[in-house]
Design a binder for this molecule. Structure first.
Ligand SMILES: [Zn+2]
Length: 464
């Protein structure tokens, strides 16, 4: 009898351990372009200028039990692009920069979202950039090029993705197809298309496509440009969680959330906006943590990045940082560019007009004292690239006024932050994991290991 009881007790332990290890609710957060300095910089920035924040401004995932680094090179370069990195994270396979959901020989590779759907789980992707941009697309599509937007969108329509959210649907201008055409196509396929996160949250059954309120905009508003009524990745995450809690509690789900904007402002070398975008990611992860508290033994939360963008440097000179100075930047560099262009259009091209704008937008001269050299640089850039010609700094996604870029660069340097690139770097990226199946992530060294670990956490295997 005693032996039998011991055996039953052991069996119970085995059953409970394996039950604990299986993840039923999986959250994968990807900060596009988010290097370790973007995260630590955000925490230092929060501590300096957001004293009201809890935990001294630490991001919500800073204390996850797994905190490690993964390499992210693609099969064609030590410096990856977003589609090759997303393919590696989604499918565990290295591919060529620009390829989407296919291996280096252009053969389709199964993503963990497709694997989850095969196993009867619901699946979702959400981003604050276009829903068929590189990162979300790697979870549901397979194309020779990340720029085959219509082909990628067609594959989304034909996919099992239950919840998709993004700012808009990208289309090639020359094709003559508009985002509205894609909306109609989705509706004809029986997908409910809404442009308000609260509406998406309330859907009780069937597939949902949540888009931004203005489909002409390729991204939602930046975290520091949002106005009353604007939606963010935090709203999208909340909507996805509510939708899945209502529709997929029994089946389980896998949700990928991308903070895609983060990469855009890092390409622009705009530190304040980058930090505020990391804060939005942190708030989105907090929503998953709130969900985790309800279902701790079945919920897995992963936070990682596809690559580092900009080569952000904290404390580039003199053993100093002065992040308090960043408090005076009110909006993103895109918004500053718009305001400068409005001045030009209105014929307000005097140095005094520009000084007034820089005072209100960046706190120059009043709160942030400028060095003589900085003042000369600003004035020269103003004369040459604002008055004589309309000079631009072209980054991957934006064409910013050269003067806006120079002014934000000066503010960054006054805070002792600098950047070495307008592009991606080959730096390793962070990986944070908490919850059911966390043990599969201790051995992650490369981004391809993440997909394998996610599959194992579901109790499955990615066949190759
Ligand atoms: Zn990226």
């Amino acid at each position: 009898m005693k032996r039998l009881l011991t055996f039953v007790a052991m069996l119970l332990v085995v059953v409970s351990v394996s039950a604990q290890q299986q993840a039923k609710y999986i959250f994968l957060f990807i900060g596009d372009g988010m290097g370790i300095n973007h995260i630590y910089g955000t925490e230092l920035y929060n501590a300096a200028i957001h004293p009201e924040m809890e935990n001294n401004g630490r991001v919500s995932f800073s204390r996850f039990p797994v905190r490690t680094f993964v390499s992210n090179h693609s099969s064609s370069s030590l410096v990856t692009d977003s589609s090759a990195a997303a393919t590696a994270i989604a499918s565990g396979v290295k591919t060529v920069n620009g390829y989407m959901g296919v291996d280096a020989d252009k053969r389709p590779v199964k993503s963990v979202a497709e694997l989850a759907a095969e196993r009867g789980m619901a699946t979702g992707v959400a981003t604050n950039v276009a829903m068929n941009h590189a990162t979300p697309s790697a979870f549901y599509s397979h194309a020779e090029s990340r720029s085959n937007y219509k082909e990628i969108f067609d594959q989304y329509v034909a996919s099992d993705i239950d919840f998709a959210a993004g700012a808009t649907v990208l289309c090639r201008r020359k094709s003559g197809i508009t985002p509205q055409d894609c909306v109609e196509q989705a509706k004809e396929a029986g997908i409910k298309v809404v442009q308000d996160a609260r509406e998406a949250a309330k859907v009780r059954k069937g597939r949902v496509l949540l888009l931004g309120k203005d489909l002409r905009k390729k991204t939602l508003e930046y975290a520091n440009d949002m106005k009353e009524g604007d939606q963010s990745i935090v709203d999208y995450t909340a909507a996805a969680i509510e939708y899945f809690e209502r529709t997929a509690k029994k089946s389980g789900f896998m949700l990928m959330v991308e903070a895609g904007h983060l990469d855009y402002c890092a390409h622009d070398n705009d530190a304040v906006t980058t930090f505020e975008e990391v804060n939005h990611l942190s708030q989105s992860v907090q929503l998953a943590l709130d969900f985790y508290k309800k279902y701790p033994e079945q919920t897995l939360i992963i936070v990682t990045a596809d690559h580092e963008t900009g080569g952000m440097c904290l404390g580039y000179k003199n053993y100093k940082m002065n992040l308090e100075r960043l408090a005076w930047q009110k909006h993103s560099i895109i918004s500053l560019t718009d305001k400068m262009r409005q001045l030009r259009l209105a014929g307000k091209t005097s140095w005094e007009d520009m000084q007034s704008l820089l005072r209100s937008e960046l706190g120059f001269w009043i709160h942030v004292k400028l060095r003589k050299k900085d003042e000369q640089t600003l004035r020269k850039t103003f004369d040459k690239y604002f008055v004589e010609t309309a000079g631009e700094v072209v980054s991957l996604y934006n064409h910013n006024e050269k003067l806006a870029s120079t002014a934000v660069g000066i503010l960054n340097k006054r805070a002792y932050i600098d950047w070495i690139s307008l592009d991606h770097t080959g730096a390793q990226v962070p990986l944070y994991v908490k919850g059911a199946g966390v043990e599969h992530f201790y051995e992650c060294y490369d981004n391809t290991d993440i997909a394998r670990a996610i599959a194992m956490s579901m109790g499955a295997k990615l066949e190759r």
